[in-house]
Design a protein around this ligand. Structure first.
Ligand code: ZN
Length: 156
């Protein structure tokens, strides 16, 4: 099956994010952090957030995994930095819908993450794409529960 020009563009953007990920590393003083695993593929992702006044002021991710999981984490940090907690959660829900074949309402806010819409055709890879976003959701939830020092770790 020949790839369309659009598929080639999407693939190039995804590869670029996985090879040159944005905000990969460690925050010195994260206010919330979480690690999630996707046993089906072997992806492991840590997400760290700095949250000030209900806003995500900084974010990093670290870990290892397949191209889709790493690219998605990089795209996720682009999408949520500077957003309020509610906005970030709403984006996570939209992304989850996107990779299951739904049309998102806020394409511009998802940014490069829109490039992963093709994952909907590969159900086995959906968890790879959503892993970093699920980690974000859990980190936000723990932030509300544990305050400034959330050091919790979860398996999926
Ligand atoms: Zn994966």
């Amino acid at each position: 099956m020949a790839l369309t020009k659009l598929d080639q563009l999407y693939r190039a953007v995804i590869l670029d994010h996985s090879q040159h990920p944005h905000r990969k590393g460690v925050l010195e003083k994260a206010t919330a952090q979480i690690e999630l695993k996707n046993p089906a593929c072997g992806d492991v992702i840590q997400v760290q957030l700095n949250i000030e006044n209900d806003k995500i002021t900084d974010v990093r991710f670290d870990g290892s995994g397949c191209t889709i999981s790493m690219a998605s984490a990089s795209m996720m940090t682009d999408a949520i930095i500077g957003k309020s907690l509610d906005e970030a959660l709403a984006l996570s829900k939209e992304f989850s819908g996107l990779v299951q074949g739904e049309d998102p309402e806020h394409e511009d806010d998802l940014g490069d993450a829109m490039m992963l819409s093709g994952v909907a055709k590969f159900p086995a890879r959906i968890k790879c794409a959503t892993l970093s976003w699920k980690a974000l959701e859990k980190a936000l939830a723990d932030n509300g529960q544990t305050g400034v020092d959330g050091q919790l770790k979860h398996d999926e």
